[in-house]
Design a protein around this ligand. Sequence first.
Ligand code: GTP
Ligand code: MG
Length: 727
Amino acid sequence: MMMARKQDARIPTYNISVVGLSGTEKEKGQCGVGKSCLCNRFVRPSADEFHLDHTSVLSTSDFGGRVVNNDHFLYWGEVVRSLEECSECRAHVVEQTEFIDDQTFQPHRSTALQPYIKRAAATKLASAEKLMYFCTDQLGLEQDFEQKQMPDGKLLVDGFLLCIDVSRGMNRNFDEQLKFVSNLYNQLAKTKKPIVVVLTKCDEGVERYIRDAHAFALSKKNLQVVETSARSNVNVDLAFGTLVQLVDKSRGKTKIIPYFEALKQQSQQIAAAKDKYEWLVSRVVKSHNETWAAVSRKMQPAPEYQDYVYLEGTPKAKKLFLQHVQRLKQEHIERRRRTYLALLPQALEALVPNLDEIDHLSCSKVQRLLEGKGDFSKWFVVLEETPWDATSHIDSADAERIPFDVMETPAAEQLYEAHLERLRNERKRAEMRRAFQENLEASPFVTPGKPWEEARSFIMNEDFYMWLEEPVYMDIYGKHQKRIIERAKEEFQELLLEYSELFYELELDAKPSKEKMGVIQEVLGEEQRFKALQKLQAERDALILKHIHFVYHPTKETCPSCPLCVDSRVEQLLGSRAARPAERNQKNFLSDPNVDRINLVILGKDGLARELANEIRALCTNDDKYVIEGKMYELSLRPIEGNVRLPVNAFQTPTFQPHGCLCLYNSKESLSYVVESIEKSAAGRRENHPAHLPLTLMLVNKRGDAGGETLHSLVQQGQQIAGKLQC
Ligand code: GTP
Ligand code: MG
């Protein structure tokens, strides 16, 4: 405490009296000249503590309360400040006014009621236990405010701030104010105390009044003039600082700044503080659900917050916060809206992918259809309250589904139209693809192997050319080509089979000579099926060579019917059946080391059987032994050429039990003989009948012995029979 007092004592103290036109409405118009606001801004400059309204019209009780204390002056308290960059000083501020009775609208009667001009020039003020004034609300509620007394109940005034209101005022004549001020000045001048003229309300200043006020000051011993605005907080400290400097000449001289220059500085300061505060808000507030109470508490220690609130007040700070939150909310809604709209085309694609169903429906009509779809609730949610962005749905966790009322927005309508358009487009494109394909089928111009570059010009003028892209045409064309080439090749293959006699004369295993190829081509050249492969000559030649190869080495693999080749089919068929007992026997039979003889029936008409029997015998050793896989077998052959019903041609005799049968044919008739013999023999005995014997069907092909039938058809027929007999 002692320390504090000692320190306090070193700070110079000045008592300042603020005066200016006061009185009844008749004298000062509907509002005062701004004395109270000037004092308020000086002693409590922060925006939150600044009040524009300090009425002088009071009830008797307020007038008698401890704040007014039956005086016509207010004690505004003391303030310690380093004014205008000088060392700290203490200022006590009083305002000389005239309190008006709210009943009589006459000045309240007080103990020493003198005319204002006389009283305002007083330099010795006394009022026991008078309390510091804050604001109008304080009157009658003194206990709710800090109760600070005017020191020792008295004050010696060191100087005066003489206020001149330069605004238009209300029902007040400026010249009369100036006359009043002039009289007042004369009274103040008598005290010999320093006086500074303060132009108040310069934010609404009238140029002529400002000029006249300056002229007045000039005429009075060069009085100093400070242009202020308590409302805009401009030059208020400067006004008090200028007076303090006049009271105490030892203090540095203040520099008087014209109103507009000072206003500019003040505005810049506010703008900078606002920027910083907004930055702080954007950093602290990330969600639109934050509340002012929580956020302001969090921001309180930050200088950015403090500075802005000091200059502009909490309500403005809150307003900026709310604007920020509103912005965040809008952004959040916008993000969600974008998500929903991005999802909508997929939803439409999933629920109404069929153009026929919706072609005639508007966006509002399609809604009912959508609601009826099974998967509707997978994509949409129907809210009780709409629109979704004005309800709590904006914060709902169910953000995946589209609120159904989105469908009522123009953006959704556009997307729906786009969906329709896409489907129509697709339909049109499908039509165009079909048209193009049909065009290809019908065109005599598109022949197998014709490159796209050549064919392309023929579609250029067609309707559908606009609708599809080059690669689509190329793809369709390519597939079409593949089809017609395949067909042409098949037909050419047919042609080759039809002309089988062309290929018999060729040498085995030799490439046909140039001449022979020439002959073949010449003969076939007349045929349309040959000409069809005109553009694919190499492939055509390859087909001819392949055919020749096949004729001499017919295998399943080279068969032109592959995979429909009978050989392959039979194999497949057999593969899918359980092995026949005879097959098992045959297998066991040769792998059985005790077996050392083979009894073989050879079935074949017209000497075929005997001929083969002789050929086989020729391969045997002298004592009729035959070697298979290094093992010697005694071989007994039974050629049969006649009717198998006769005992002489029977498959088996008491001395001959067949192990297998070779069936030979070289013509249609000889093949029929084989089939009939096997069937007849099967109809006889059940045991060991030929159907149970391992059978092998052999085509005996003698050169130049075609007998009018083509080799190919014999092969085919043989394969058919083999399938039937499962051999
Ligand atoms: P009395 O004490 O009743 O004689 O009045 P006063 O001189 O104390 O005037 P006061 O400060 O109460 O201001 C009166 C009114 O003037 C206020 O309520 C404001 O509306 C207005 N006023 C005060 N200061 C300013 C200012 O700087 N600019 C503007 N535009 N208006 C102000
Ligand atoms: Mg006042």
